[in-house]
Every structure is written in C-alpha cells, then in structure tokens.
Design a binder for this molecule. Structure first.
Ligand SMILES: [Zn+2]
Length: 261
C-alpha cells in the first residue's frame, strides 16, 4: 500500500522535479518525474516494499519483538549490550559490518555463542551503495558473509543495507547470496543523541508485537559512542517483559523458529 509518508515524498519530489524541468517541458515531464519520485521513495523510505521486497515487521501473531543492533561489533559497547540481554534472558540480532568483524572476531564469537543471530550489514558500510553496480554490491556482501563465516562458522540469512537504502541491484545481489532484506518498523533514534530515559520511553510508548526495533551498538564513522543505547537497554527490556513481549531473533520472529544453532 501507498503509505502517507510515501505519498508525501512522491508528491513533493514530483513537484520539485516539475519545477526544475518545467520551464522547458512543462507537462510532458510530469509522468517521468512521478516515476522517478516513486522509485526514489521506494529506495529511501525504510518501510517501502514496492521497489525491493524487504521485511520490516512480523504480523504480530506471536507476542514477541526483534531487537536489532547495527554497525558493530564494538569492543566497548557490544559486550555491555550482551550483558544486558543475558540478564533479561533476551535474544537479538546484530547487523555487523564485515570490516569490524575482521578486527573483532572474538566479539562476534561471543554474540553467536550467546544464541543471538548475526546479519550482514555490508563489508564497509558504503552509504551510497544504492548507486553501485550489481557485481560490486555482490562482492561487498560476499566479503561480509566470509567475515561472518570465518568468525562464527555460520552463514547469515538476513541483510540490512547501509542506512536502509535499497536499489534493484542491491535486491538482486542479496538474492544471489540467499540473503533476505530486512529494515525495521520502530527506530530507537539512538543515533540522534537522546538520553537513555527518552530512548526507553519512546520505544515503550510505540512498541507492538511483531516490531523489528532498530538500535546501534556501533557507528559506521567510529565517531560516536553508543553508551546511551546501553544505558537504555535494561529499562527497555524490563518494559517489554512487563507487556509480555519476548525478545527473539529475526529468524524466530519472521519464520517462527529458532536460529541454526
Ligand atoms: Zn548501519
């Protein structure tokens, strides 16, 4: 379905493109502008599903959510995230950057040994991957798969593209490696500098069964620490527990079964 945000993005983009090209080709350009805007919305809106099929949430049939942590592993933050999850008996999915996996394979092993899932988040986290050729995307994703396999001996099932942007080339490359694309239905907004209290309150006010929650245990630029995420986690986990929502891996949430191990 065409969501409200998608409709707004498409309408605004169409108007902008029409304004730019409108001087010379006023009306003929409008259908083309609409198509470009429609594609742009499909690529850029994290929950859009019409350009590249992408899982963003489960149907809510089971009382569970999937917490996902992007951009790690990080030697300062990830072990503390693992501690908080273990204390609450929660499982999660970590979308790791391949280059960091190669630097910190022991953290990847700890993630895997604790029963969490590791997903592919590209090898170097290129923010402009949407403009890449299929073969270049394929090589990057394959390289990250190799990093996951050499650290943990497992093969990922899920791929989250850098910053959630998608293109048909990304979709085809992921499919060639049997990776399914996953974005999210609820952001913690932990990258925006909010304090732990606000992060927890936001998540607990919005969360519903079936949600895929986006959080971060690392930073693609390495300039930001995620201590606010760690500090918010116990409160988030306790709040989810009070509501009867279990924290499970993506495989369990989306396919109703536990992971490969
Ligand atoms: Zn990322």
């Amino acid at each position: 379905m065409f969501g409200c945000a998608a409709a707004i993005v498409t309408a605004v983009s169409t108007a902008l493109i029409a304004a730019i090209v409108g001087w010379s080709v006023p009306w003929v350009a409008l259908p083309f502008a609409g198509l470009v805007a429609f594609s742009a919305a499909g690529a850029l809106l994290p929950r859009a599903n019409w350009l590249v099929p992408t899982a963003t949430r489960a149907n809510g049939a089971i009382a569970a959510v999937a917490l996902t942590f992007d951009d790690g592993p990080d030697p300062q933050i990830t072990p503390r995230v693992l501690e908080a999850l273990a204390a609450a008996g929660a499982k999660a999915t970590f979308f790791c950057i391949g280059e960091k996996l190669d630097r910190f394979p022991e953290i990847a092993q700890a993630i895997s040994a604790a029963g969490h899932e590791i997903g592919n988040h590209s090898y170097r986290h290129p923010r402009l991957m949407v403009f890449w050729r299929r073969q270049t995307v394929l090589e990057d994703l394959r390289r990250c798969n190799r990093s996951i396999a050499s650290a943990t001996g497992t093969s990922p099932r899920w791929f989250r593209p850098p910053v959630g942007f998608r293109s048909p080339n990304i979709g085809r490359a992921a499919a060639a490696l049997r990776l399914q694309l996953v974005n999210w239905s609820l952001r913690t907004l932990d990258t925006f500098g909010a304090d732990a209290e606000h992060l927890a309150q936001r998540v607990l006010a919005k969360v519903r069964a079936g949600d895929i929650v986006l959080a971060h245990d690392g930073s693609d630029t390495n300039h930001r620490q995620r201590s606010n995420t760690v500090a918010a986690l116990p409160q988030i986990l306790a709040g989810l527990q009070r509501r009867g929502l279990r924290c499970v891996t993506l495989t369990e949430l989306l396919e109703g079964r536990t992971g490969d191990r």
